[in-house]
Design a protein around this ligand. Structure first.
Ligand code: NAD
Ligand code: DAU
Length: 366
């Protein structure tokens, strides 16, 4: 397919937002390769039904024969690799899937891409790009006063998830240095927005609040994350793909550090406005402090000056507008929420938060 790109993991949260955004502003087709794990959801892409520019293929990035076949058939000009297991708490309960999908999967994908790229004619070979989507979690945790992560910060991952992402970043780097593969890596902070699976803090709090359930805050709720609206992440990736320097990494962030408890209270405040509780009480009453995540990173913060300086990218959305849009999106997409709350989702909630678990220390707003 002329000028097409392959997006892996394009049925997940960020990948599906990326595919939707890409096709809203480009005629270049997308081959979307996703194995449809619990986090992959074709409903996210329903608006593309019948659009010949989107070809969905269910499969694993680690399936060499499948990936070789897709590369030979479609001759993409770029790969954008989102495919990964992405939830830290799941990596604590079951790290093996993270090693398999994030490390071994990326290895097989790189090998397939290397073989394809090596066989391209000069102009196509020169233009080809492999963009690896990674996370700020590879840099470890910051103290309160420490400067934000730059691209020079050492990789110091602390969870099985972040260790698996750091390993995949290293593979990508090595395939560039050793084989000359034209790679780009992005390390982004916490995303939020539409289609965010409700195992992660922001969608979990919205969904639980509306269902009258406890809003679990780990530890003291003072851990800090740097939140970025998902469509800003998508625009940053497009920009890096277009103009990033080969072999470089680019940090992407929202300049928006917030403590978890502040986030939870903001969401409660928005819901009090948009959909007040039937009993007139504030949603904050549902906050429940629970046992902390093992090895919980205290603070992430991204220094996004390099991508701004070199590529002119900055986030467009403010946190106030982005979080309000996000809460509204969940209120108007209750059917999407209902569909993702399958048996598997309920099993996860009881593994992580089980009603009789000793995890609950204190309930009610502090
Ligand atoms: P997600 O869990 O919502 O989606 C991941 C998608 O990848 C799913 O659709 C899943 O089916 C697919 N997938 C998993 N393993 C696969 C495999 N072996 N082959 C093919 N498909 C596979 O994750 P997300 O939040 O959208 O994150 C996407 C990427 O962005 C990940 O690489 C993640 O590390 C990175 N990232 C996420 C955030 C964030 O805040 N969510 C921030 C920075 C970077
Ligand atoms: O920083 C980028 C990373 O952000 C991505 O690489 C990951 O894929 C993504 O999942 C996210 O990781 P976090 O662990 O920061 O996100 P999560 O939404 O799971 O948690 C955000 C914060 O909220 C974290 O400090 C843990 C806390 N938390 C989370 C849950 C699910 C709670 O207090 N209660 C909860 O129930």
């Amino acid at each position: 397919m002329k000028n097409c790109i392959i997006v892996t993991g394009g049925a997940g949260f960020i990948g599906s937002n990326f595919v939707l955004d890409w096709l809203a502003q480009s005629e270049d087709p997308v081959i979307n390769l996703d194995k449809l794990s619990y986090a992959g959801n074709l409903e996210n892409l329903a608006s593309l039904q019948g659009d010949p520019r989107h070809v969905f293929v269910q499969g694993d990035i680690g399936d060499r024969a499948l990936v070789d076949g897709l590369l030979a058939q479609h001759q993409p000009r770029a790969i954008v690799n989102f495919a990964a297991e992405s939830h830290v708490d799941r990596s604590i309960h079951g790290p093996e899937a993270f090693v398999q999908n994030n490390i071994v999967g990326t290895f097989h994908l790189l090998e397939a891409v290397r073989a394809y790229w090596s066989g391209l004619e000069a102009p196509a070979k020169q233009a080809f790009r492999f963009l690896h989507v990674s996370t700020d979690e590879v840099y470890g945790s910051l103290g309160k006063e420490e400067p934000a992560f730059t691209e020079q910060h050492a990789h110091e991952p602390n969870s099985p998830y972040s260790a698996s992402k750091a390993a995949s970043d290293h593979l990508v780097r090595a395939w560039h240095h050793t084989y000359g593969l034209p790679v780009l890596t992005t390390n982004c902070s916490n995303n939020y927005g539409p289609y965010h699976f409700p195992e992660k803090l922001i969608p979990l709090v919205i969904v639980n609040a509306l269902a009258g359930k406890p809003l679990p805050v780990y530890g003291d709720g003072q851990q800090i994350r740097d939140w970025l609206y998902v469509r800003d992440h998508c625009s940053a990736i497009r920009r890096v793909l277009e103009a990033g320097r080969l072999g470089e990494t680019y940090n992407i962030g929202g300049w928006n550090e917030q403590a978890n408890l502040t986030i939870v209270r903001m969401i409660c405040g928005l819901l009090d406005q948009f959909q007040p509780r039937a009993d007139g009480k504030p949603y904050q009453d549902q906050i429940a402090f629970v046992t902390d995540r093992p090895g919980h990173d205290r603070r992430y913060a991204i220094d996004a000056r390099k991508i701004e300086r070199e590529l002119g990218w900055k986030p467009a959305e403010t946190f106030d507008s982005g979080i309000a849009k996000t809460v509204q999106w969940y209120l108007t997409h209750q059917d999407w929420v209902a569909h993702v709350q399958s048996g598997a989702y309920r099993d996860w909630l009881s593994t992580q938060y089980g009603a009789t678990s000793p995890a609950v220390l204190v309930t009610g707003a502090p």
